[in-house]
Design a protein around this ligand. Structure first.
Ligand code: GLY
Ligand code: MN
Length: 461
């Protein structure tokens, strides 16, 4: 974890923002895989990590915005635990690491919450996403656990988002470390991308790098020669010449900061003319969107810019037609790029998504569109210095979607359906990088990972 003053400063800031009531931060508990003692890899809750830094199951943090006091709740291990787990720190030892001297056993939390409710004080909490946390909150608040998301505190959500959105120097350093691991994962995947290799072998090799160098992957690896499926988690195919492999993978550091990178590699390491034609369009959308990233321009503006580059590139190849601006405004390009340009990244790979995407990326003035494609844009607001974003345009040939639109004659004034057949075998191409917004512009985070046609062909050779 970071030094205690990082957490002390963050909590002080939140106290100043919130002013009154009590905030409960329920840390994650172990989640059983197939029987209680055989658990999934433990992942601490990101908001708990942000304010308390303690990376162990079974803890809760309480901030009292009226008294200004913070407390950690948890239970010390007993001898039976120690025999199996080895010597363990006490809850007090742990709490001191994040600058808190006041600890109580978990059983005392119920009384503290009851007392606050009896006194009609506001009890703030963030929307829970795990069943165990919903049950804990429901039992503490004497409310239906299924209602916990709707009862969460909008004031606390907004305050936490305003803090976590702007990354501190120590956080950027962590994200850069996560990108060093991603560099190794992606270059390894490119080198292994040869005919006859099973996707699973590459998947295992790069997952191993994430585990060997950091805290594992930041999300389940997407690696497939069927990149037209945006989040393809099947890794059973054997690589064949003529296909392209999409690798969308990132690592977490030991402190759980993420990276999220996508590269697309031709199997065998040499681009065909057809692959190169489409790849260069995606690359242009990626690089030009990155180059234009700066404060006050919005992620939605850059999304449209990338979509226009894609639509005009597809028009040059004869796959689209008509006026590019009109086609993009109507949403015709979404046949090929049905997702948003990017998302925030930090302690979560989709940073703070558990708090509610519309709180993060939209507000009273900027509302989410319901147009197909644009509706998936996770963030539409202007960038601010300290934001960290992914930039991840793509072009996909999704047979089911193409067949549906074609059968409906949808956007036939903008889409040349007859030309698409030649490109169907291409699957999908996505290129993703991570940038930080600075006072004057942006900084590409991490050592640049090969992405031009020439750079990829060199790595693969
Ligand atoms: N890297 C996966 C995603 O951004 O959804
Ligand atoms: Mn991403």
């Amino acid at each position: 974890m970071f030094k205690s003053d990082v957490y002390i400063r963050r909590r002080e800031y939140l106290h100043n923002k919130m002013k009154s009531g009590l905030a409960l931060f329920i840390g994650n508990v172990e989640a059983p895989m197939n029987y209680p003692d055989n658990t999934y890899h433990f992942r601490q809750d990101s908001d708990f990590l942000y304010f308390f830094g303690l990376d162990l199951p079974g803890l809760a943090g309480v901030m009292d915005f009226d008294s200004g006091k913070d407390r950690i709740f948890g239970d010390d291990f007993d001898m039976d635990d120690i025999i199996w787990m080895g010597p363990q720190p006490t809850v007090r030892d742990l709490a001191l690491k994040c600058g808190i001297a006041d600890t109580l056993p978990t059983s005392k939390l119920e009384g503290i919450v009851k007392d606050a409710i009896d006194k009609k004080r506001k009890v703030h909490f963030l929307p829970p996403y795990r069943g165990e946390t919903k049950m804990t909150l429901g039992s503490l608040l004497k409310e239906n656990p299924c209602q916990m998301k709707t009862l969460a505190s909008a004031d606390l959500i907004k305050a936490v988002i305003s803090m976590r959105s702007i990354k501190e120097r120590v956080e950027i350093e962590e994200i850069e470390k996560a990108l060093e691991i991603a560099y190794e994962m992606h270059v390894t995947a490119m080198k292994m991308c040869k005919p006859g290799v099973r996707e699973q072998e590459i998947f295992g090799a790069i997952e191993g790098i994430a585990l060997a160098k950091g805290g594992g992957t930041s999300f389940p690896i997407i690696l497939s020669i069927n990149g037209q499926t945006l989040h393809n988690h099947e890794h059973g195919n054997i690589l064949k010449k003529g296909k392209m492999m999409v690798t969308d993978a990132g690592a977490e550091t030991n402190l759980h900061y993420s990276s999220d990178i996508t590269r697309t590699t031709p199997v065998g390491g040499k681009f065909s003319t057809l692959q190169k034609d489409i790849y260069e369009i995606v690359l242009k959308a990626n690089t030009e969107a990155i180059n234009a990233t700066r404060p006050n321009i919005s992620n939605r503006d850059l999304h449209f810019m990338a979509c226009r580059i894609i639509a005009s590139g597809m028009k040059e190849l004869g796959l689209m037609k008509g006026d590019t601006d009109e086609a993009v405004a109507a949403g015709a390009h979404a046949l090929f790029m049905p997702h948003g340009l990017g998302h925030m990244m930090g302690l979560d790979v989709h940073d703070m998504e558990a708090l509610g995407e519309n709180y993060i990326g939209y507000n009273n003035e900027v509302k989410r569109s319901d147009q197909f494609g644009l509706a998936f844009l996770r963030f539409a607001l202007p960038y601010k210095p300290g934001h960290v974003f992914t930039v991840e345009p793509g072009i996909y040939f999704i047979p089911e979607l193409i067949n549906l639109w074609k059968s409906e004659g949808k956007f036939k004034q903008f889409i040349n359906y007859a030309r698409i057949a030649d490109y169907m075998s291409l699957g999908g191409i996505r290129i993703e990088d991570n940038v930080m917004i600075t006072e004057k512009g942006h900084k590409l985070l991490g050592k640049p990972i090969p992405k031009t046609v020439k750079e990829i062909e060199i790595v693969c050779s």
